[in-house]
Design a protein around this ligand. Structure first.
Ligand SMILES: Cc1cc2nc3c(=O)[nH]c(=O)nc-3n(C[C@H](O)[C@H](O)[C@H](O)COP(=O)(O)OP(=O)(O)OC[C@H]3O[C@@H](n4cnc5c(N)ncnc54)[C@H](O)[C@@H]3O)c2cc1C
Length: 469
């Protein structure tokens, strides 16, 4: 085989548009796109997820289709990339290996090991995962990493962007490379998920969703983004899997301008912020960012954790959110904050339990954003605010953000006929009201598993006990 061959190793960048590593690889005479199914990520690691893997398989099938349209195809391998990638490079006579640089500590270590194992092959980790090429390079004037979001975001806006790239017109994959077949979930050793989620996988679906949002959602985003029933872009699974380029999305949003655009770009900046946090402070994957909170005491996971996970806490907004998560593989951001606060500050359960359950169920489950979100709501992370300012009342949050009750009634159908003024506290219905709503508390819908006012006080005491040290 001729020497001018490359390997493009796909991981969480499952698209052909604005893909610097693919463009560089496709410039070679021969180009072999590969995806390696690594059991350490899929089954034996910390955060396996059947539903997210199912979605990924759909995205990979779409990527294969897009590569075939360009004369290429996706080669699949099974095992450790540290072995599979050098082997494939040798097999196809590659001079260069390209991949999109990652931010997670484990992935960065793996990539370094792969590159070190290559024999006579150049390894190139290129940008493409975030809006800016390297979020970790955004630093204070004194050269320190940012641990607070707002100043990070101000600098982020001024960082020069590269120009988004077109998809390569051709990807010339040699015919004699054994492509293999995409496996089923079962073949990967994963169970069929209880729900497959409601997002169509792949780049085309991502682009359709982005275009629809830019056309009709963005202008109202600033006013509606906090409404759980809708108003945000629902693009997170696509950004997570790189079906959409975050840079290209940011460019399109910036072109649209207006308050919705400004607000939306701030959310994309959060994504880059947490990527940078993970690079600079990799210990957050196990430990509280704020050292003194490592001494916080957490309750033992009991039936409270099950009730939270299954959406049976008796607080309708919490239950609606957890049921949306189980069904769609996604939950609205406001509700993620409310259920997170409830877990850590009403049930006093360790934020790592919430992090784990979210990673098991979210299509967009992402180490950087999920860990960042959990530590934020547990008041243990970067961008700190006093713990008593991030203690959400599930009743008033529902009244404020789901005032018409549409979201709660959708996900908790047993509450469908509960009168509007009782929907945030169904347990205060009289027996007659319960009868006429067809919702008996304790039979059709649970009573609250804890008393928020009481638990709020306990949480403040718990945090105060270590905050002053
Ligand atoms: C406890 C908790 C856990 C979370 N776990 C994840 C996760 O695993 N993966 C994930 O992508 N997001 C996570 N988030 C952030 C946020 O909830 C989701 O990104 C958002 O709900 C996705 O919906 P959307 O695409 O409609 O968002 P939009 O409001 O339309 O925002 C656009 C995009 O900006 C990014 N974004 C928005 N908010 C955040 C944020 N706070 N942090 C990082 N990126 C953000 C996302 O990529 C999102 O798709 C978490 C938040 C909390 C509070």
């Amino acid at each position: 085989m001729a020497a001018d061959a490359s390997v493009i190793w796909f991981r969480r960048d499952l698209r052909v548009r604005d893909h610097p590593a693919l463009v560089a690889a496709a410039a070679h005479e021969r180009c072999v796109p590969v995806f390696v199914f690594d059991p350490r990520l899929l089954t034996t690691g910390r955060f396996p997820s059947a539903i997210r893997t199912q979605f990924m398989l759909g995205c990979l099938a779409e990527l294969d289709r897009a590569l075939r349209e360009r004369g290429g195809r996706l080669v699949v391998r099974f095992g450790r990339p540290e072995e599979e990638i050098p082997r494939l490079c040798a097999e196809v006579g590659a001079s260069d290996l390209y991949f999109t640089a990652d931010v997670a500590p484990w992935a960065r270590g793996r990539d370094q090991r792969v590159v070190e194992t290559l024999d006579g092959v150049r390894g190139h980790g290129l940008p493409g995962a975030c809006v800016v090429d390297d979020p970790a390079a955004i630093r204070t004037r004194a050269g320190a990493p940012y641990a607070v979001f707002s100043p990070f975001a101000r600098t982020w806006r001024t960082v020069p962007r590269r120009a988004p790239l077109d998809a390569p017109p051709e990807v010339r994959t040699p015919a004699d490379v054994e492509a293999g077949e995409l496996p089923s979930l079962e073949e990967l050793g994963l169970p069929e998920p209880p729900s497959r989620g409601t997002f169509a996988p792949g780049e085309d679906a991502a682009r359709a969703q982005a275009t629809a949002f830019l056309r009709t959602g963005l202008a109202h985003y600033a006013d509606r983004r906090d409404a759980p029933k809708g108003g945000s872009s629902r693009l997170s699974p696509y950004l997570r899997w790189g079906c959409l380029s975050a840079l290209k999305l940011d460019v399109r949003v910036a072109e649209a301008s207006g308050p919705g655009a400004d607000e939306y770009r701030t959310e994309l900046a959060w994504r880059d912020f947490y990527a940078a946090v993970l690079v600079h402070f990799p210990h957050v994957t196990r430990l509280e960012y704020i050292e003194r909170f490592r001494e916080l005491e957490w309750a033992d996971p009991t039936e409270h954790l099950d009730a939270w996970t299954e959406g049976r806490t008796g607080y309708p907004l919490v239950d609606a959110g957890m049921r949306q998560l189980a069904h769609e593989g996604w939950m609205h951001n406001r509700v993620r904050m409310v259920v997170g606060s409830f877990l850590t500050k009403d049930l006093h359960l360790d934020w790592r339990e919430g992090e784990r359950i979210f990673m098991e169920r979210l299509l967009d489950g992402d180490m950087a954003a999920n860990n960042g979100g959990w530590q934020w709501i547990a008041s243990t992370g970067t961008d700190p605010k006093p713990y008593f300012q991030r203690l959400f009342n599930p009743v008033t949050q529902q009244e404020k953000f789901d005032a018409d009750g549409e979201y709660v009634r959708r996900w908790c159908p047993e509450l469908a006929r509960v009168p509007a003024e009782k929907l945030s506290r169904p347990w205060t219905m009289s027996v007659e009201e319960q009868e006429s709503a067809g919702c008996r508390i304790g039979v059709d819908y649970p009573p609250p598993i804890v008393d928020h006012a009481q638990e709020r006080r306990r949480a403040v005491e718990r945090y105060r006990a270590v905050a002053g040290r």
